[in-house]
Design a protein around this ligand. Structure first.
Ligand SMILES: CC(C)(COP(=O)(O)OP(=O)(O)OC[C@H]1O[C@@H](n2cnc3c(N)ncnc32)[C@H](O)[C@@H]1OP(=O)(O)O)[C@@H](O)C(=O)NCCC(=O)NCCS
Length: 216
């Protein structure tokens, strides 16, 4: 097996994150893409309303998007305090009933797909690109030492298998697949498939076979 490459020049140059000027329309557009991803994953057999009511991953995403918008854009003093309190309580409720913790400070691109219940923990400094897949029991968080201390940045269309742990100020390239129970503490280049503890690249077949979304 090859060691993980840490060369930054082969990492994703895609636009990973939502812009700081996160206005209401952008928030709704992201949410529409989130819901559409679930409809697409259900082979377009069920309505968006059914998906919204039936999938706990979407409950967490709705709370995350609205909470983020309130935090970044609502500036009227009293309204802001009231909405922030409401969002704080809503976040706790979602965390308890879904086991999914998407902090509003984390930067998550549109079309995220969380297919099962629970165990998803993200640090608020994490960045995740568009159309990624999160399986259950995943930690993406703070770690590392020196200039590698911090939180991961994930590219677009990244697949993360169940039980994976990803930490440190590392960059995961676009179309990367991380296998079940892998522990990733080093950069991964685009298209890498990494498994094990510590995670090692086993091939460069990418995540296309696992990450499906409506191409527009
Ligand atoms: C990591 C993964 C994407 C690799 O897929 P792939 O590129 O097709 O690679 P393969 O499945 O052919 O496996 C290649 C090798 O890695 C090993 N391997 C695969 N996944 C592994 C894992 N999570 N941990 C350790 N080794 C693993 C295989 O046993 C195989 O070893 P071998 O060459 O000695 O026989 C795939 O194994 C995987 O985890 N898919 C996701 C499935 C999943 O998580 N489903 C539940 C979602 S909730």
């Amino acid at each position: 097996m090859n060691q993980i490459s840490t060369s930054n020049d082969i990492l994703s140059k895609d636009n990973l994150c939502s812009p700081p000027s996160y206005n209401f329309k952008q928030m709704l557009d992201d949410l529409r893409e989130d819901i559409d991803r679930y409809v697409f994953m259900g082979n377009d057999e069920k309505s968006w309303l059914f998906m919204l009511l039936a999938h706990q991953g979407l409950w967490a995403l709705v709370e995350y998007r609205l909470h983020r918008w309130v935090d970044l854009r609502v500036n009227l003093p009293i309204i802001r305090q009231i909405l922030r309190l409401f969002c704080f309580l809503w976040h706790k409720f979602i965390q308890i009933i879904t086991g999914i913790d998407l902090p509003h400070k984390a930067d998550i691109g549109k079309g995220l797909y969380i297919n099962h219940f629970g165990g998803i923990t993200l640090n608020p400094e994490v960045k995740i690109g568009e159309f990624c897949n999160l399986s259950p029991d995943i930690t993406i968080g703070f770690g590392g030492r020196g200039d590698k201390q911090g939180c991961p940045t994930l590219g677009n269309r990244v697949f993360i298998g169940p039980g994976a742990r990803i930490f440190g100020a590392i960059t995961i390239g676009s179309d990367v697949a991380i296998g079940a129970n892998a522990v990733v503490t080093k950069d991964l280049p685009e298209q890498a498939v990494a498994v094990g503890i510590p995670a090692k690249v086993i091939n460069y077949k990418g995540a296309q076979d696992f990450v499906h979304y409506r191409k527009k």
